[in-house]
Ligand binder design. Structure first.
Ligand code: SF4
Length: 365
């Protein structure tokens, strides 16, 4: 059961308040390069992102935001540090959400200017607190209370609450909060602690999780620990490298936890000595061919399970739970629907036959 949070709306996408959990990512391009950034955003959108964030390091990047936004379909989030003028400029450029740390702004008037610019346009602000950026005095306050991770978590929550109160002081409550650490227990403790204090939507992630596959495992476990308790409203998988992979991993986390409208879940066998074809290649090809259908299903909040199995001996049986699937053999394979074989086709036609079977299945639903 989701632990209740209020909801905020980011460019038409609801976060919190029982809305489906969203997946987001951040571009790695130079935001000033509009073409490169839009091109990467489109790849991120195709992978199933619900929201995309871009870094805004300077005025030129801020001034590029409206051109970027006009060429994308999901809401745009501007990530800003230290310079309140960039946050105001981003709001004026029409972004859908700001990510910043009010604690990084030096004067209350600066926070007020950002809050006014966001408030006028109904743009939510994410307060993002990372363990590494918690001020020393917040750490000091919790020294000696519990173990180190408990101290870090309490200091993170203190910091976030301080920032929240700063915004609330200006009458602003369109807030999302994130509390991220590299170590899983601090992240877990901090988010649980914050949820007891406030009902703002929580953005989950494990910061600097690392390279795949280590970063994938770390992120998946850390995010799932909280989602399983009903804590968390939007997720971002922070892997070093391709942001498209971050979205795919985010989607897989939600799919594995069976959390709402997951689109296509692909079941593939690990292969063994019975497998007589290139199953990994076949599965990749299926994944690529089904991507547009997956995207449509996710938008409609529907799910479909597709199996790609290595052999006809155990394949259909092992994938009985699948809606549609294929089981390989020597130079041919069997297409099955609901665990029952419906056709035998040559290996080269297997993927096309599977896609046809998926389309037929969906039409008949
Ligand atoms: S489906 Fe066939 S090839 Fe794949 S693991 Fe099972 S027995 Fe092996």
């Amino acid at each position: 059961m989701a632990q209740s949070s209020r909801s905020v709306t980011v460019g038409g996408v609801r976060i919190g308040g029982g809305a489906p959990i969203t997946v987001q990512s951040m571009t790695s391009t130079d935001t000033r390069d509009v073409d490169a950034t839009v091109s990467q955003i489109r790849q991120i959108e195709d992978a199933g992102a619900d929201l995309v964030r871009v870094a805004v390091p300077d005025e030129e990047a801020a001034q590029a935001l409206s051109r970027i936004k006009s060429q994308m379909s999901v809401p745009l989030i501007a990530d800003i540090h230290f310079n309140y003028r960039l946050a105001v400029a981003a709001a004026e450029q029409g972004v859908d959400k700001l990510r910043l740390n009010p604690g990084n702004l030096s004067r209350p008037e600066q926070v007020e200017a950002v809050v006014a610019a966001a408030g006028e346009r109904a743009i939510p602000i994410r307060i993002g607190v990372n363990a590494g950026s918690v001020p020393e005095d917040a750490r000091e306050r919790h020294k000696g209370r519990g173990d180190v991770q408990e101290q870090v978590a309490a200091a993170m929550v203190d910091t976030a609450l301080g920032h929240v109160e700063l915004l609330e002081g200006w009458g602003f409550s369109d807030i999302v909060v994130s509390l991220k650490a590299f170590d899983l227990r601090s992240t877990w403790l901090a988010n649980r602690l914050f949820r007891k204090e406030r009902d703002y939507p929580l953005h989950l992630g494990i910061t600097e999780a690392g390279l795949p596959p280590a970063g994938i495992a770390r992120s998946a476990i850390g995010i799932a620990m909280l989602l399983k308790e009903g804590i968390g409203d939007t997720i971002r998988v922070s892997l070093t490298g391709d942001p498209v992979l971050q979205v795919s991993v985010g989607r897989e986390i939600l799919s594995a936890l069976e959390l709402g409208g997951a689109g296509i879940t692909l079941v593939t066998c690990p292969t063994c000595g019975r497998c007589e074809l290139d199953l990994a290649g076949l599965a990749r090809s299926v994944e690529g061919q089904l991507r547009p259908i997956d995207r449509d299903l996710r938008r409609e909040g529907r799910s479909l399970r597709v199996a790609v199995m290595g052999c006809v001996v155990n394949g259909p049986g092992e994938a009985r739970e699948a809606d549609v699937g294929i089981a390989g053999g020597a130079s041919r394979g069997v297409v099955f629907v609901g665990g029952k074989p419906i056709a035998t086709v040559p290996e080269g036609e297997l993927v096309g036959a599977l896609v046809d079977a998926v389309n037929d299945y969906l039409k008949g639903e």
